[in-house]
Write a protein that binds this ligand. Structure first.
Ligand SMILES: [Zn+2]
Length: 374
């Protein structure tokens, strides 16, 4: 009997819809959220369990006929019809590789708060959002509570050091990017907010007390940006406008960089933020030491393995060639080098968008060029 139940259950689990996690899309989910009657991956099952929903392993637990019938009657497709009827366009459907807070809040919004069942459940269209975020201070070590305010009327994100004073920083929302960085900050509810300041990328590192709060800020930024785009491009469809409201970094990590006049390699923290390659002395620095715009292959940008001529001896080296300068970098392993070269090559192959070209003109070179003679 038990074997027959399992056979039936596995058959149900292999059906289209049930063969990917109901919440993050991971393939071949091995768990079931019995209360809701859906199939989920191990990670998402953990979150369902926190919600006090009954979770069972498909392969390790015993199933009775009644439970198997629940899974047959419900299932992922039906759950989608119920719980995902009106997902706001600025929302981001998490994938397997996304940070935990994003998955957790997605699951809570979906099943506990039932936010996507009807528009009445939603409360995103506030013109002003205010609250406390803990911001990394100048010492780059301690986080201080700061009042943040997102104001759609003037399209600004501001933060205050003191209630009475004017904002310490007023950031144009059009230029803001937000990325979850739990590992870098060492706090699960944390975010790196970047924007351009005097031709250079400024980073604010913040965290909040609850996962809901940080995710709310993230979506408030995305919602405000989408609103502006709707006004600026009334003829474009919403899916198009909702693309790239925020962009995760393509790659981050330590590399060694050769100085512009072939000085010895220095260890730097690199971030590849779409067409922008930034390098920092430390991962939590407010400004990069330098940043390079990466154009398209047709305008003489390329990535090659190895160093510049005559310097090819060092292993795991690669070179970013720009019309002005060659940047020689070295990774700690061949795998790391391959990862960077692959990603950089993809960027070089990407067509340039008008926003890319705008960004190129806004970025100001920090030091006068010291081009390597070719
Ligand atoms: Zn999942």
């Amino acid at each position: 009997m038990a074997e027959e139940n399992r056979r039936q259950l596995l058959q149900i689990a292999s059906q289209p819809g049930n063969d990917t996690c109901a919440d993050c899309g991971a393939k071949d989910p091995q768990w079931a959220s019995l209360t809701l009657g859906l199939f989920v991956c191990l990670d998402c099952a953990g979150i369902h369990r926190v919600l006090s929903l009954r979770v069972k392993s498909i392969k390790l637990d015993n199933w009775d006929q009644e439970q198997v019938d629940v899974m047959r009657t419900l299932g992922n497709e039906k759950a989608k019809e119920t719980y995902e009827t009106c997902i706001p366009p600025f929302y981001r459907r998490p994938t397997q590789d996304d940070v935990h807070v994003l998955k957790k809040e997605w699951i809570l919004a979906k099943y506990e708060r039932e936010e996507f069942i009807s528009k009445e459940q939603q409360n995103y269209d506030c013109t002003k959002k205010e609250g406390i975020l803990f911001k990394l201070g100048r010492d780059r070590k301690t986080f201080q509570p700061r009042k943040f305010c997102l104001n759609r009327t003037n399209n600004k994100l501001e933060y205050y050091v003191n209630e009475q004073l004017k904002p310490k920083e007023e950031i144009n929302l059009d230029d803001v990017n937000a990325v979850f960085v739990p590992e870098k900050i060492g706090h699960p509810n944390s975010m790196q907010i970047t924007f351009l300041k005097n031709g250079s990328t400024r980073s604010l590192f913040v965290h909040s007390e609850t996962s809901k709060d940080i995710v709310d800020w993230y979506y408030a930024i995305r919602a405000a940006k989408l609103d502006r785009r709707k006004i600026a491009f009334p003829d474009r469809n919403i899916e198009q406008l909702a693309e790239d409201l925020t962009k995760d970094f393509l790659l981050e990590g330590w590399l060694y960089k050769m100085g512009p006049r072939n000085e010895p390699f220095k260890r730097r923290w690199f971030i590849l933020d779409k067409r922008k390659l930034m390098y920092f002395e430390e991962p939590l620095n407010a400004f990069p030491k330098g940043e390079v715009f990466i154009g398209n292959r047709e305008s003489d940008y390329s990535v090659t393995k190895g160093a510049t001529e005559g310097k090819g001896g060092s292993p795991n080296c690669f070179t970013l060639n720009t019309p002005e300068r060659k940047f020689v970098m070295k990774a700690e392993s061949k795998e790391e080098m391959d990862k960077w070269v692959d990603q950089l090559q993809k960027v070089v192959e990407m067509p340039l968008t008008p926003q890319d070209s705008k960004m190129a003109t806004l970025l100001v070179a920090k030091k006068p060029f010291n081009p390597i003679r070719r």
